[in-house]
Design a protein. Structure first.
Length: 207
């Protein structure tokens, strides 16, 4: 299932991220803000249970998070900015990291790092990567999460190409995808058009 978060705040902030004149500091802050707003939607179905507590005025039962614990997993580098923001909303979540970069010639993902919570099989996993372009990186990351035992996975990306959405749906039909927008297409270099450029470079100022 694909969810596009059309909320005006998300769309406004995404447009600012697209703007070539937006600098590194603002881009990073916007990416963090959009990530938290995406998490609001991606975590809409978290379970609640009535919990007894005392307000300053009286005792009562009030909803608090229950059910499976959470794991946030970043695809390095750019997914880091997303998990760093989202963990503020769910501070009990554990955070994993999957290192992948896209070979510029073949556009195939190259794995270089993998560190996941040991009990990932028992957690709901939210995988983050701002860009879902060919979908190769996300599909490979999902495969390594499944190999580690993960059973419940949602992919959160800020921007997607139709090709990337189709690739993840084909390889991992069980994985829900939450994005802020799906753009027109990929260009010949595998960049999303109109897009926002290279997310990692714009977050970390490496270009
Ligand atoms: C970018 C982006 C995704 C990937 C998306 O990472 O952050 O991980 O490309 O492309 P795909 O859907 O075609 O696989 P990149 O390879 O540039 O690495 P970086 O984050 O380390 O810069
Ligand atoms: N990775 C990015 O950072 N941007 C794109 O448009 C495609 C892949």
């Amino acid at each position: 299932m694909l969810t596009v978060v059309t909320h005006p705040l998300v769309q406004h902030k995404l447009s600012l991220m697209r703007d070539v004149h937006t600098g590194v500091k603002e881009f990073r802050e916007l990416a963090a803000e959009v990530s938290m707003l995406l998490a609001y939607e991606a975590m809409r179905d978290l379970e609640l249970e009535p919990t007894r507590l005392q307000t300053p005025l009286q005792e009562g039962e009030f909803p608090m998070l229950s059910g499976k614990k959470l794991a946030l997993v970043a695809i390095l580098r750019a997914g880091l900015v997303m998990t760093d923001a989202i963990v503020n909303l769910v501070p009990a979540a554990k955070v994993g990291h999957i290192g992948l970069y896209r070979d510029p010639q073949t556009l195939q993902p190259v794995a270089y790092y993998n560190k996941l919570p040991a009990d990932i099989a028992d957690r709901r996993v939210f995988l983050t990567d701002p860009m879902l372009a060919t979908g190769g990186s996300a599909a490979a990351a999902i495969a390594s999460l499944k190999a580690a035992g993960a059973q419940s996975i949602k992919l959160m990306s800020i921007l997607a190409a139709p090709e990337g959405v189709a690739a993840v749906k084909r390889d991992h039909p069980d994985v829900e995808i939450v994005v802020a927008a799906v753009d027109e297409r990929l260009n010949d270099h595998g960049y999303i058009v109109p897009g926002l450029g290279d997310a990692g470079d714009r977050i970390y100022g490496t270009k």
